[in-house]
Design a protein around this ligand. Structure first.
Ligand SMILES: [Zn+2]
Length: 215
């Protein structure tokens, strides 16, 4: 089974992308070809791998890690494969949407981890300043294997360091969720009412957050 990494490169203007000044055989030019801005979403909406084998049919697979694979015969032409993938764009998009997005518990060690922790702390602090009437006694940013955040009876809030890797609106959801626990220490309807008062689209954000898995 041959495996090749096919990124629809045929549609790229390779000369426009290459930087000729690093090639000694190219004389420096005063008027270099401007680097084309490629609309990758249009050129290669979804890069995919091709697995060739002695099969007669062509199949498309979206793996749990979001890798897209085309399985086809040994001689299936690239044109046919591209046409096939193009015709399945909306199906691919749906599959990717359903897939979990993985967020590492340990996003690096040492300085890399410290850097993320500081950044998460700064972002959390900025969010807190938007809700001055809800003030925790302490904010801790730390590694947590299963939770994005927590709040205890001492009004201390703890946020997962890796939450700093999430889109801003989801980090805000996590922080505001914990802040609302300062008033309602449960997940009662009263809690949700209070949460919705602060974040009217909290339910949509909660749903989005479920797509992310801490690993
Ligand atoms: Zn909660």
């Amino acid at each position: 089974m041959a495996k090749s990494n096919h990124f629809l490169t045929a549609q790229f203007d390779q000369h426009a992308v290459d930087n000729p000044t690093h090639d000694p055989t190219h004389a420096p030019t005063l008027d270099p070809t401007p680097i084309q801005r490629l609309d990758l979403a249009q050129v290669a909406p979804h890069a995919y791998f091709i697995h060739r084998s002695r099969r007669r049919t062509i199949a498309l697979i979206v793996q749990a890690n979001n890798q897209i694979e085309v399985r086809c015969g040994l001689k299936t032409s690239l044109v046919l494969i591209e046409q096939f993938v193009k015709s399945k764009q909306s199906w691919i998009a749906k599959k990717l949407q359903a897939n979990k997005l993985l967020i590492p518990v340990d996003p690096g060690t040492g300085r890399l981890y410290d850097h993320l922790r500081q950044e998460t702390y700064a972002r959390v602090t900025a969010i807190l300043s938007d809700y001055p009437h809800l003030s925790p006694t302490q904010i801790t940013i730390r590694r947590q294997k299963r939770r994005w955040g927590s709040c205890n009876r001492k009004r201390q809030i703890s946020i997962n360091t890796s939450a700093g890797l999430l889109p801003p609106e989801l980090l805000e959801y996590i922080v505001v969720h914990e802040l609302c626990h300062l008033e309602h220490f449960d997940h009662s309807p009263a809690f949700y009412q209070y949460l919705l008062k602060h974040l009217p689209d909290a339910i949509a954000r909660q749903k989005q957050l479920k797509r992310y898995l801490i690993i």
